[in-house]
Every structure is written in structure tokens, then in C-alpha cells.
Write a protein that binds this ligand. Structure first.
Ligand SMILES: Nc1nc2c(ncn2[C@@H]2O[C@H](COP(=O)(O)OP(=O)(O)OP(=O)(O)O)[C@@H](O)[C@H]2O)c(=O)[nH]1
Ligand SMILES: [Mg+2]
Ligand SMILES: [Zn+2]
Length: 299
């Protein structure tokens, strides 16, 4: 049975890329519809209403998996990633809560994360830059660019980090994810046009997760995704959350109680670090907010 790669997913319908680089519409056999963009699959053809259709028969084991969260539930949406590129901007001003959630999700899935500040041409970019200081201090790589005003020049620092790797683009709606894809992958628009109607509707504001090869050799790829509301973290046990906060890591193990949740327990090394400014109060507040969710909502 031939192998393929899932390059787009719309509910139970998928776009599959064959090993020869041909893109086919495909469905999953039976009721299972848990394939996601980035999945390697085995597929077959079947006859349906006089047409030949591709059918996904089985998924290959995944290296890793990222989730996103709808209003009511957490859904997986991209697999087999080398890194997450979190795109942020001053307009719309990024949410620290969303950034932290993306970082926790990436850390829990053992995927590297890179922050890219876009729209540095805007005068209020400094506001976003200030808000990013605690993240730079904890060692998260940060690049700055302006997709719109610097054009290809802005890619000099970024391009080497994308080369030969699979990168998932995340960020709120309107931060410029698709603009970045179009700059990096000039043929992205025409490829979108060659796909189904459903895909064309997503040309301006992205509605589906979509895989783009960076070059003809098909080694590196960028995955564009719709701007998210919230980020799926329900798969993470509450007790593990602290370990996925990179700025907490240096003091973990120093609390009086080994099962300290870093709320208001006495002799907590995390709250002590918040008091003397080693950990940002905002990060601790977001931690408590996520912890609360993980302890109360299980769906
Ligand atoms: N000023 C400025 N505007 C930019 C820059 N990059 C992108 N934009 C604009 O930001 C808007 C949103 O860009 P998109 O690329 O559609 O954003 P997106 O992140 O893909 O949004 P969703 O698909 O809705 O998640 C567009 O009007 C872009 O022209 C930039 O560097 N500077
Ligand atoms: Mg988009
Ligand atoms: Zn503690």
C-alpha cells in the first residue's frame, strides 16, 4: 500500500500528498477521523459513484502531536513537528496567556518553540517588545521582522531556522501568519487555488490547517493554521504544569512540599521567586489560571 502525507484537513475530508507530490482528496476509512496535518499514512483507492477516491487506511506512529481547543473540547491538529513558530505582534497586541499556553503545549510535546515578533514597522512595536522581556530572559529565542515592509529582507535571520524542518505557525488572527507563508512560499497562493473550494474560501483569513513545502526538494515545511482562541492543554496533567513553565524550572524541587502547587503554600520557591522578581508576576498569574482549568475541567 502506498504512503502519503496529510497536507490539509477539513473535518472528515483530507488532502493527501502522494510520494510523487500529487495532491488528492481523501477520506478516512470507517468512522475514525483522527488524522491530522503532518500525519504519515498508508492509503488505497476505492470506487465510489463511478469515481476513484483515495482512502486513508492507517496512520503511522507519530513523533509528537499538538492540540488545539475549541469552545468545548480539545482537538489534535498537527503532528510530527520539529518546531513551533509563535508569531506575535503589537496589533493586535498579543495575549501573554495565549503565548504561555502555546509554550506549555510545545514543551509538553517536547517541541522547540521560537517567538517571532512581526509588524516591527508599527510605532507601537515597542509595547510588544517590552511584554516579551520575561520570555527572552527565560531563554526563549526571539526574532523580529516586518513581513509587509521589509519583505524578503526580513527573512535573513529566520530562513536558516526553517531550513529542512517542519514548522507549525501559531498566533492570533491577524498577526501575519499567512503573509509570512506567502513571502516564504511564493507558490503558496497557486497551490491553494489548485485545491478544493473549501480551501479557496480560506485564502484571506485562514480557516484550515495547511501544509506548505518551503522548496522543491520537499525537505522543510511550514504549516499555516487559523488564528486560535485558546490552546488545547487538557491533555496535560495538572501536576506537570509547573515543569512546563520554563522560568519555574530553575527553582523546582526547592519548595518545602514535594507536591507543592505553587499557589500559597508556605516556603514555596516559586512564589518566593515571584516576590523578588526572578519570575514575572504575570507568568505566575497565568500559571494559576491554567492550573485551575486543568483541575476543574475535564472533557
Ligand atoms: N503593518 C504591518 N502589517 C502586516 C505585516 N504583516 C502582515 N500584516 C497585515 O496583517 C493583516 C493580517 O495578516 P494575515 O497574514 O492574514 O494574518 P494571519 O495571522 O494569517 O490571520 P488568520 O489567518 O486570521 O489567523 C493583513 O492585513 C496583513 O497585510 C507587517 O509586517 N506590518
Ligand atoms: Mg492566515
Ligand atoms: Zn512551590
Amino acid at each position: 500500500m502506498p504512503f502519503g502525507l496529510i497536507v490539509a484537513a477539513f473535518g472528515r475530508h483530507f488532502t493527501l500528498e502522494t510520494e510523487d507530490g500529487l495532491r488528492l482528496q481523501a477520506q478516512v476509512r470507517g468512522k475514525r477521523s483522527d488524522a491530522v496535518v503532518g500525519d504519515r499514512v498508508q492509503w488505497n483507492t476505492t470506487q465510489s459513484g463511478g469515481e476513484t477516491q483515495a482512502v486513508i487506511e492507517s496512520l503511522q506512529p507519530r513523533r509528537n502531536l499538538m492540540h488545539r481547543q475549541d469552545l468545548m473540547r480539545s482537538k489534535s491538529f498537527a503532528a510530527n513537528l520539529d518546531q513551533v513558530l509563535m508569531l506575535v505582534a503589537s496589533q493586535p497586541l498579543f495575549s501573554e496567556s495565549q503565548l504561555t499556553r502555546a509554550m506549555v503545549a510545545a514543551e509538553a510535546a517536547d517541541i522547540e518553540l521560537l517567538i517571532v515578533l512581526n509588524k516591527t514597522d508599527l510605532p507601537d512595536a515597542a509595547v510588544a517588545r517590552d511584554r516579551l522581556q520575561p520570555y527572552v530572559a527565560m531563554g526563549t529565542p526571539l526574532l523580529e521582522l516586518s513581513v509587509k515592509h521589509q519583505g524578503p529582507d526580513s527573512l535573513r535571520q529566520l530562513a536558516p531556522r526553517l531550513h529542512g524542518r517542519t514548522t507549525l505557525l501559531l498566533g492570533a488572527s491577524g498577526t501575519g501568519k499567512s503573509s509570512l507563508v506567502n513571502l516564504l512560499v511564493p507558490q503558496a497562493q497557486s497551490r491553494v487555488g489548485a485545491l478544493s473550494q473549501a480551501l479557496q474560501a480560506g485564502r484571506h483569513t485562514t480557516t484550515h490547517t495547511l501544509w506548505h513545502w518551503l522548496d522543491e526538494s520537499r525537505s522543510g515545511a511550514l504549516i499555516d493554521s487559523p488564528g486560535f482562541q485558546e490552546f488545547g492543554l487538557q491533555q496535560i496533567p495538572a501536576a506537570d504544569l509547573g515543569r512546563h513553565m520554563r522560568d519555574f524550572q530553575p527553582v523546582l524541587g526547592q519548595c518545602r512540599f514535594h507536591n507543592c502547587q505553587h499557589r500559597q503554600e508556605p516556603y514555596c520557591a516559586v512564589t518566593a521567586a515571584v516576590s523578588d522578581g526572578r519570575i514575572s508576576a504575570q507568568r505566575h498569574r497565568i500559571y494559576l489560571e491554567i492550573l485551575q482549568e486543568l483541575q476543574t475541567q475535564r472533557w
